[in-house]
Design a protein around this ligand. Structure first.
Ligand code: COA
Length: 282
């Protein structure tokens, strides 16, 4: 790691840089359109491990090297070669991929998918695992499984149903037609779509806003959004009371400072922006 807080590992299937509190993690098999092989899946888990609790990482962005975000599971290395090893091989490779997606869904830091290009099939797992998603207008999204004769597994069907209305999910999965970034934003697969040339700037802008917020509150909030969807109102109310109390005991001082800067100092308005978390509690 250099003095600038820059760390890179560009020879692997996953590459990353940490710059100014933002970890830029890249699927790094551009020649294979960043298809997720067992090797890549293992490398991604290692990189997520490495970055999760580093004090110089506030936000993680997941993007792809070259023309793809990810072309989904590697049909040769993930499917054909592991099937040749029998059920043991299949289950192992499933554990490795589902494992890092699950890890990412509950990641300590806020996460952003920066979808720069192709995003197919198994790619919907990490897409959904990221808290926010921004796409290039030029990107292409598809549940392509039907086109080569399987159902959208590995959570992809679940992702479609979570993010899309029923008719759109059904159409998307049955027809196997790719949609562009703009349509993905209209349908709710991603938050926004912008021209590719502006994508990194827009994601950097969002990452900087996240970076300035209370990290304990960010983690509690992102988990709450994922958890309460399947709860009754009363269960959600109870969960949120307890989640806030747990967060308070974790980061009591930051929360008090947020109240102080608004009520006493009148230096910001919580409805319009975040308190300055870098200033010490008095
Ligand atoms: N699994 C394995 N290899 C893949 C792959 C995948 N999912 N996606 C791309 N590749 C490989 C190709 O086999 C090719 O390898 P080669 O150069 O050794 O022949 C290389 O990546 C480039 O792919 P190519 O198809 O030539 O690139 P393209 O830019 O013309 O097309 C795609 C890009 C993404 C449209 C096309 O590669 C594709 O349809 N991939 C499969 C997508 C898919 O169905 N994924 C779902 C899996 S669950």
């Amino acid at each position: 790691m250099s003095k600038e807080g820059h760390m890179a590992n560009d020879t692997e299937t996953v590459a990353f840089d940490v710059i100014d509190g933002i970890a830029w993690v890249r699927f790094n098999r551009p020649g294979k359109r960043n298809a997720m092989s067992p090797t890549l899946n293992r490398a991604m888990m290692e990189v997520l491990d490495e970055l999760e609790f580093r004090s110089d990482v506030a936000v993680l962005v997941l993007t792809g090297e070259g023309a793809a975000w990810t072309a989904g599971m590697d049909l040769k290395e993930y499917f054909r070669e592991t099937e040749a090893e029998g059920l043991k091989g299949v289950r192992r490779s499933q554990r490795e991929s589902y494992g890092w997606w699950r890890r990412l869904r509950w990641y300590q830091k806020p996460t952003i998918a920066m979808v720069n290009g192709w995003c197919f099939g198994g790619g919907y797992g990490p897409l959904f695992a990221c808290d926010l998603a921004f796409a290039a207008d030029e990107a292409k999204f598809g549940l392509s499984e039907i086109n080569w004769g399987i159902l959208p597994g590995g959570g992809a069907t679940k992702v479609a149903v979570e993010l899309l209305p029923f008719r759109k999910a059904m159409y998307h999965a049955l027809l196997g037609e790719p949609i562009d970034g703009k349509t993905a934003a209209e349908w709710g697969l991603v938050n926004e779509s912008v021209p590719l040339a502006q994508l990194k700037d827009r994601v950097t802008e969002v990452a900087k806003i996240l970076r300035a917020k209370n990290p304990v509150a960010l983690k509690a909030t992102k988990d709450a959004i994922r958890r309460v969807g399947v709860m009754t109102y009363d269960e959600a109310e109870d969960y949120l009371v307890r989640a806030q109390e747990a967060a308070n005991s974790f980061d009591n001082e930051g929360r008090k400072e947020g109240i102080r800067q608004f009520i006493d100092e009148k230096s910001y308005k919580p409805g319009l922006g975040a308190y300055d978390k870098d200033r010490k509690v008095r």
